[in-house]
Design a protein. Structure first.
Length: 145
């Protein structure tokens, strides 16, 4: 089983990073501009066949966020996504790990790894400057159902 790992130093406190990972305002600021946050479920819209639906499986304020993909993208189904935060001298050290439930091609892993690097950089930029670089989704998807 393969996994993707990224470590990011964010020059801001873990509380701000945690909010960026757990609120609609935060998530739309760094990953996708189209997000629906409901208790226990987060739906992201990018278009095509990539619209991951994440079950929130663990939350430890200012320390840990964990998701499990439960729909919206077959290659990510049952994958886990962990964002672990540590406060080191007033800045957040973020360890991101995506564990794959199924084997994929090297090309797929490479693509996802590259994209996570970009979007975790967007998260860092959002927390440090107030502006991230999320995917600009154009959608009329009704997430109420």
């Amino acid at each position: 089983m393969k996994k993707i790992i990224h470590f990011v130093r964010i020059h801001d406190d873990p509380e701000k990073v945690y909010r960026a990972l757990t609120t609609k305002e935060g998530l739309t600021g760094w990953w996708s501009t189209s997000v629906n946050v409901q208790p226990g479920i987060i739906r992201f819209y990018f278009g095509g066949d990539f619209n991951p639906e994440m079950e929130v499986t663990k939350l430890e304020p200012n320390r840990l966020v964990e998701w499990k993909c439960v729909g919206g993208h077959d290659k990510w189904r049952d994958n886990t996504f962990t964002f672990e935060l540590r406060d080191v001298n007033g800045e957040a050290h973020l360890m991101f790990v995506q564990v794959y439930a199924q084997e994929l091609s090297d090309e797929d892993y490479g693509t996802y790894n590259f994209n996570w690097g970009y979007y975790l950089g967007s998260l860092k930029h959002l927390c440090e400057t107030g502006t991230g670089t999320p995917f600009k989704a154009i959608t009329t998807v009704d997430y109420s159902g």
